[in-house]
Design a protein around this ligand. Structure first.
Ligand code: HEM
Length: 117
């Protein structure tokens, strides 16, 4: 059970890597667009996160306040990606604030996961 949980944590981290990696590529190449890869990363991190939110394969109590905060942040990132991609399609432009918010919120979720014990 513990090994299986670690596998799900690994999948969760792959989702984070895809989402944040795709965002960093756009930040560095100067295009600053939302891409499909970001949606995939968010979906993978979200599904694995929900599986990890259940107390299995561990002997300690989960921090449900932290998990709740992470879930709210994930929903905000999802809303930003959804609205931003619709705007990109219609107007061919993405507000800079929306683009930067996704990077900052993704980084915030990873920081909460690692630093808030
Ligand atoms: C963009 C969204 C997210 C990011 C970037 C993220 C990032 C991370 C990272 C980096 C870890 C590893 C921490 C460590 O092992 O020290 C982690 C663990 C975890 N995450 Fe997330 N996460 C996200 C969303 C979620 C969501 C939505 C949930 C639940 C609703 C969640 C639940 C968990 C749980 C329970 C763990 C601990 C796993 C364990 O040690 O057993 N995460 N997350």
């Amino acid at each position: 059970m513990e090994f299986l949980r670690h596998v799900v944590v690994l999948v969760h981290l792959v989702g984070f890597a895809i989402l944040f990696g795709a965002w960093v590529v756009e930040a560095v190449n100067g295009k600053r667009r939302f891409t499909r890869l970001m949606d995939w990363g968010l979906a993978i991190a979200g599904v694995a996160g929900l599986i990890l939110a259940a107390p299995w394969g561990i002997e300690y109590d989960l921090n449900y306040v932290k998990i709740g905060v992470k879930l709210v942040i994930l929903l905000v990132i999802g809303a930003l990606l959804g609205i931003g991609r619709a705007r990109q399609r219609k107007t061919d432009a993405l507000p800079a604030a929306m683009f930067w918010a996704v990077g900052v919120l993704t980084f915030t979720n990873a920081a909460l996961a690692v630093l808030w014990r």
